[in-house]
Design a protein around this ligand. Structure first.
Ligand code: ADP
Ligand code: MG
Length: 384
């Protein structure tokens, strides 16, 4: 799926009338299981997808920075001094934020200006983290041309810092971790407290399975308020239960939580606690090659988000129901909720039929046409 270097290279040459020093690429991601667990110090299991952001970049001898993207818009010009004053705006906040965060975390780094052209086939704003893809592509490129030698965990932290401070989005580190630690046919198991990472073989290929993603095209209308509200409920729950984070509770604590908490807070807590348990069980099932059990855990995760965490919407439920009726091993909404994508794990030769089914269901209900596509677990950020 991932395109070659023509897009970024062509744009670089026409914009800067020069050859880039090289090409770097970083993928988007999909989260297999573990939703709203990240900010509760819990567990997530995303994988890097075969859709990526490719950049062509050349370092400069001065401090100027020029950025352009096939995504649209005019050439953006800045320089390292402006970046260090945190003068960011628009889409360039992502790459400029990375340049800033490297300087912040590594004050000794010999930074220079650069010219960069960006091209991507990660759909923007669909919940597949085009933002982490651009951050990690720029981070691996600047690490190379500035000769720093950052490790993967540090690259991920720099991307998160850029997104938190330069962009102003209070996101966790899952997306960047998936984008840098991804491997072919493997998922990235991340402990959001220790930041320990382990690649877990998926074996989808050998089992003849694919992951179908359906972008429902439902805008995350309540996403900001809904996200804040769920975070607050989780913090309230942890405080009332006397633990630093919901990660510190297990399913054995749920009866006490039910007695102590109001109904809504209890159900929010229950989702997070059971979701953490599902991620751990998923890792065990995948290691044992038990994809049927993994599928059941996907289904249970969706039910928990629909009924207890209440972040699904009818379109997401409809995709999951169609997938289950079509014999998928498992299906669930993925991402923060209130719209975005659903995923289904099913035999490769049934993906087209399910995609057609879903399009028909949406048409019958008068909903916006969804966009179904398959993704493959792919390798992480790298130089080309
Ligand atoms: P998501 O990460 O789910 O795709 P975000 O809102 O987090 O959505 O990030 C999308 C933003 O990232 C875009 O609005 C744009 O500012 C920036 N971005 C992503 N990809 C590109 C690209 N190829 N070129 C320029 N900006 C991009
Ligand atoms: Mg994003």
């Amino acid at each position: 799926m991932t395109a070659g270097t023509e897009g970024a290279g062509g744009l670089f040459r026409t914009t800067f009338a020069a050859e880039p020093a090289g090409f770097w690429r970083a993928p988007g991601r999909v989260n297999l299981i573990g939703e709203h667990t990240d900010y509760n110090d819990g567990f997530v299991l995303p994988f890097a997808i075969d859709r990526a952001t490719t950049i062509a970049l050349a370092p400069r001898d001065d401090g100027r920075i020029r950025l352009v993207s096939t995504f649209g818009g005019a050439l953006v010009e800045s320089d390292l001094d402006a970046v260090d004053r945190r003068d960011f705006g628009g889409w360039s906040a992502y790459p400029l934020g990375v340049a800033w965060a490297i300087g912040e975390r590594h004050p000794g780094a010999a930074r220079r200006g650069f010219d960069v052209a960006v091209d991507s086939d990660v759909p923007v704003g669909a919940g597949l983290s085009s933002s982490a893809a651009i951050e990690m592509a720029v981070a691996v490129a600047l690490d190379d041309v500035w000769g720093i030698g950052l490790d993967r965990a540090e690259l991920a932290r720099i991307g998160q810092r850029a997104e938190n401070i330069a962009v102003g989005a209070p996101t966790g580190i899952m997306d960047q971790s998936a984008s840098v630690f991804g491997e072919r046919d493997a998922a990235v198991f991340l402990d959001c407290r220790s930041l320990a990472v382990e690649q877990v073989p998926l074996g989808f290929d050998a089992a003849g399975l694919v992951l179908l993603v359906v972008d429902t095209k439902v805008e995350h209308q309540h996403a900001t308020g809904g996200y804040r509200d769920r975070r607050e409920a989780c913090e309230r729950g942890a405080e009332a239960m006397g633990v630093p984070a919901l990660r510190d509770l297990t399913v054995d604590d749920l009866p006490r939580a039910r007695a102590l908490l109001d109904d809504v807070t209890y159900r929010r807590v229950k989702h997070v606690v059971t979701e953490d348990a599902r991620v751990l069980e998923s890792v065990a099932a995948l290691k044992a090659g038990d994809l049927v059990r993994f599928g059941e855990l996907m289904d249970a995760s969706h039910a928990s988000m629909r009924d207890d965490f209440e972040i699904s919407v009818p379109q997401l439920d409809a995709v999951v129901e169609a997938a289950q009726a079509a014999g998928a091993l498992g299906a669930r909404m993925t991402g923060g909720g209130f719209g975005g994508c659903a995923i289904a794990l099913l035999p490769a030769d049934e993906a087209d039929a399910l995609a057609a089914d879903v399009v028909q269901v949406f048409a019958d209900r008068g909903w916006h046409e969804p966009v179904p596509f398959t993704v493959l677990p792919s390798e992480g950020a790298r130089a080309l």
